[in-house]
Design a protein around this ligand. Structure first.
Ligand code: Z5A
Length: 280
């Protein structure tokens, strides 16, 4: 039986080095003679030349140019993952009938008819992550559904600086639970390996560009870190969700690379067995 490629996700706190390390890993995988398909969430630019409608909405929100309810934001991030399937599908098949409007229409339908559309989009995602894995490629992903859960749930936790309050406006919708946050990503492919880059907010603060976006605040990052720890525990306890490895990303850059590469190397020859599904 042919072995499929491995699905590797790099997760982590802000400025933990996800993008830098993903780039280095990509190069190493190629140097090892293996094909790699890379993706980064949130996706603002897909393929080479265009912004996705949902990506633009997320970007405006993160830059504090728009305000949205936390639940809506959570669903947008998840939609952005499903959206990748649609946009790449149209690119791969060179269809011109999948323009921005068609994609937006699909997502209005997605919000209204979640269950029916999940079946359609699950088939479409086969054209991207799943088909790459089936072709034996390594799929390398910078942030995935775990980020979606960690950031959305963290917003609903009490602030550590003023524990009696949450960032949720009183009288609005209920806080976001882990259970609720997981639902929109259910049935997406589950990673074989998640490398979680752990760095303290204090160290992150010393790295370039920190503090420019909405979530880049020490208190929020501490809450995100605690939710990530909880998610890591759940993934570790569930054999179907792949391995969860915590990497100390506060170390020197090359030391972080070597530790991550040590784990990825073991997967270069591919995997026997089917691709898992999130939260199955
Ligand atoms: N978000 C969400 O809410 N829901 C979702 O479903 C998803 C995401 C998918 C934007 O994400 C926000 O979206 C993010 C979570 C939320 N919010 N926050 N906060 P993004 O992925 O577009 O942006 P980002 O995650 O904020 O990227 P990043 O944190 O800015 O960077 P990074 O990829 O982790 O780090 P980097 O760019 O590779 O490195 C940052 C700097 O540190 C750079 O100058 C490096 O040279 C330096 N660096 C890296 N490693 C080291 C070491 N080891 N030592 C010293 N310096 C280092």
């Amino acid at each position: 039986m042919t072995r499929r490629g491995a699905f590797v996700v790099v997760e982590g706190l802000d400025r933990s080095g996800k993008t830098t390390q993903t780039g280095i890993l990509r190069q190493r995988i190629q140097e090892a003679g293996k094909e790699v398909f890379c993706v980064k969430f949130p996706v603002a630019e897909v393929a080479v030349d265009r912004s996705t409608p949902i990506g633009k909405m997320i970007d405006a929100y993160l830059r504090s140019q728009s305000d949205l309810d936390d639940h809506v934001v959570h669903l947008l991030f998840s939609a952005n993952r499903w959206e990748l399937a649609l946009v790449l599908y149209s690119r791969i098949n060179h269809t011109s009938d999948f323009d921005d409007r068609t994609i937006s229409d699909c997502f209005i339908a997605w919000f209204n008819l979640q269950h029916a559309l999940i079946h359609v989009t699950t088939r479409l995602i086969s054209s991207t992550i799943i088909s790459s894995l089936e072709q034996g490629k390594i799929v390398l992903c910078d942030r995935y559904a775990f980020s979606g859960i960690a950031f959305s749930v963290a917003k609903s936790l009490p602030s550590q600086s003023s524990p009696s309050t949450t960032s949720q406006t009183p009288g609005k919708l209920p806080p976001i639970s882990l259970h609720w946050a997981r639902a929109p990503d259910a049935a997406l492919p589950s990673p074989d390996l998640t490398l979680f880059l752990d760095v303290s907010p204090e160290i992150a603060l010393t790295r370039g560009g920190y503090g420019e976006e909405r979530y880049e605040k020490a208190d929020m990052q501490k809450r995100v870190r605690s939710v990530f720890q909880e998610i890591g525990g759940e993934v570790t306890a569930d054999a179907g969700q792949g391995k969860w490895i915590v990497v100390d990303a506060g170390k020197e850059m090359s030391a972080v690379t070597e530790e991550m590469w040590g784990h990825v190397q073991t997967l270069l020859d591919g995997i026997n067995g089917s691709i898992g599904r999130l939260w199955d």
